[in-house]
Each structure stands twice: as structure tokens, then as C-alpha cells.
Ligand binder design. Sequence first.
Ligand code: SF4
Ligand code: SF4
Length: 442
Amino acid sequence: MSEKAKVYFVNTEQMVSWFGFAPDSLIDRLERLWNHKEMKLNEWIKPGDKVIIKTHFGSSNQTRHLRPMYIRKIVDLVRKAGGIPWVAECVGLGFLGQNPEAFMSTGPGYIYLAAQHGFTLGSMNAPIILLDGVWGTDTFMVPIENGKYLKRIAVAMGLRAADKILIVARFKGHDNAGFGGALKQLGIGCVGKQGKGEAHCGGNENIYIKHPENCTACGKCLEVCPSSCLSLDDGKIVLDSNRCIACMHCWSVCIVDKPKPEQRVFGLKRGLNADEQVERMMDNAAGVVKLLSSERIRYINIAVDITAQCDCLPAAGHPLVPDQGILCSKDPVAIDQACVDLVTMARGLPGSPAETGIHCGSPEKGIHFDPDPSALEPGSEKLGIFSAFVEPELRSKIVEIQLSAAEALGIGSRSYELIDVTEESKDAASGEEVKEVRKNER
Ligand code: SF4
Ligand code: SF4
């Protein structure tokens, strides 16, 4: 039997007030996890290594994104090991956002948004960079053989510049994918818009001019198309699909004037079910992992503020369960599986969607998703059931679909050993004899 993947963990239980002598906040525990004798991130980074710390800056007006202090601590630890840290992200799909100045779908907007959320050169003591450029089109193609849908992956160009990559995710639920952690950081967060378009929209072959009669020849989409594959012919829009990269720039600028679905000029030939979207996302992840050998990449999942919805949605609401802690591993599948299991085994928080359900859309016409009556109980499902964009029949399966697709592609293993080093690290900090660590397995 092959060895189980190791996932190291510091929990949030019993924080001790040491009155400053031996600090014991989650940030302090993160440092001890980093230095742990088996994880050894302090030795993994070599002097002079360029280290990309890939995270998510949140979306406009979103309040549950990862707090900057976690990333700043990691920057400090990289510097202490002799590395050169860059705090990095890729831009989002489309071209616009709620806030015309601070939006995540172009480089300048996302850097401005990152600053609003506390991620600046000054606060991080590291440059804030976008791995796929100003428009999210700075990518290169990585071929993969075993992708279920995709054979060439549009990986963010900036990843090539790093010696080491730390994928740092806030673990949470997700509307399309059941949950978002290390795997989603790889499959969406580390690819350019072309890769995001493949996962969300089915790529260039799936985009077409659905209602040419509604084109007013305003020209806005021509201005933002990075591939110059749109033109106006006799006052109506024409698309050259062969050159399109499915960035959705055109759709997002046109939709501003034509918000009703039946008026929209651009459409998809077929809608993608959530299982196909997630499996395409995992194909992307396989391409990123293929580029970055396992020795160059480590994963840190920060399981705090575990909301039902992701960092892209402002209305994240109350966390489903109490904060769990911080996990670290070489294996992105194992670390996400461990987080899923921690959330499942936690007691749901009263007042959270685990008790109240979740409402999408206007108060009058929106849809309400009720939780299972047992969702507050430890052992009950809490993630996929709130994935509002997932077909009802797939909601209870979508977490499983993401994890099993990743494992089938060889990205990692769902079989893991969770090694809780919280007590060990506390004892080491206080100079006491090291106690035995608690271990969970799957
Ligand atoms: S943005 Fe819409 S309306 Fe304007 S030219 Fe493009 S397709 Fe036509
Ligand atoms: S036509 Fe294709 S490449 Fe051009 S803006 Fe639209 S989605 Fe992007």
C-alpha cells in the first residue's frame, strides 16, 4: 500500500495567553508550522530563491478575503529563509466589476482593489504582481495528455519566473465547485483568462453571436478584445471564433447595456453543467502541476472564515463552522480533502447558512436554498449543499467530483494523514517536553 500524503496542521483550540513571553496566536502557530521538523519550509527555501506567494485578494466590497496579516507573516518567513518574496494573483474573467475603479478583471483595477484590502508593497514588504499581465492574457500553453476535456492549458506566464511557489488559499465553500482551496487556486487561480474561460464557459468554440440584431455597433467590445477577433460588418458584430480566447471581455462590456438575458448579443451554444466545469478546472490544475514540479510547490490552506461562498462574491455571509486552523502539505488533493473532512466534522454555527440556508437574488424573486435539518451537526454535509449554481441533483456530489477528478488526473492523493502539531509547537515554544502529536487519517 502506498504511503499516505502528509498534511500538517495547527488548530485554533485553546489559544493560551502567554502575556507576550511565548505568543500563541494563529499567526504564531503558522510560524511554528512553517518551521516544523517534517515540513521544514524554512529549509525548502534556499537563499536567493524567488518565491511566489499565490493568493486571492478578494473582490470589490468583499469582507471575508484572507486577512493580509497571514500573507505578511509568510513574506517575513520567506525573507528570513533568504528568499525573495512576491505576492501574486491572476486577474479575473471578464472586463468589468461593480466598482469601476477597483475591480478584479484587469491588472490596474485588481492592484487598486488589492490595496483597498490591505495588500500593498508597503504593508506586505514585497511587490504585488499579476502573473498573467494587465489583461489576463499573458500565458503560455502547457500540453497535458490525460485531460478529460482539455489538452493544452493556458498557464499564467509569471509562474515561470519563480524558483518556488507557495499556494496560499482561504478554504471556503464555492457556488460552482462545492469548495475552494488549493485545487481551485491551481485550476482557476494559476491560469490566464483563456483557462478560466475554458473552465467556466467551455472555451472559444462555445461562444457565438446569439442575437446580432441587438448589436447597436457601439464598438465597446472591439476596444477590449485582446485577440482582435471582433469586427463590425454593415453595423453588426462579427466574431472570428478561431482567434477568440474566451476571455469574456466582449460579453461583460456588452451586458452593461443589455442586462436582460434575452437581449444579450453574445451567448453560449450550450451551458456547462457544474460537473463539467469542475472537471475542466481540474484539467487546468493538472497543467499547472505539470509545469511546477512537486519540489517547487507547497500548499497552505488557511481554514478561517469558512463561508458558503467564495472570495469573488461580496455577500459572503456568516462562516458555516468555527475557524479550524492552518494546514500545510506537498499534496494539493490531500490538503483539500483534509479541509473538507474538518468542515464536515465540525459543528455548524447557529445563524450561518448551515442553520438559515442561503438566499440568492432579490428578496422577492430570488431562490432560497434550505439546509438539511441536520446541517448543524458534526458529520453532516455543509459545503456542496450551498453551491447555488450547481444543478440540484449534483449539489451533494460536487465536492466528491472535484476531489476524485483531481486524484484521477494524478494531481495528488485523497488518502492522507493529518498530523496536528499544535501541542508539539506550543510545547516547543514554552521550552517544555514535546507531547505526542494527535493524528487523524483517511
Ligand atoms: S458591445 Fe455589444 S452592442 Fe456594442 S458593438 Fe459590441 S456587440 Fe455590438
Ligand atoms: S471575442 Fe473572444 S477574445 Fe474577443 S473579447 Fe470576446 S471572448 Fe475575448
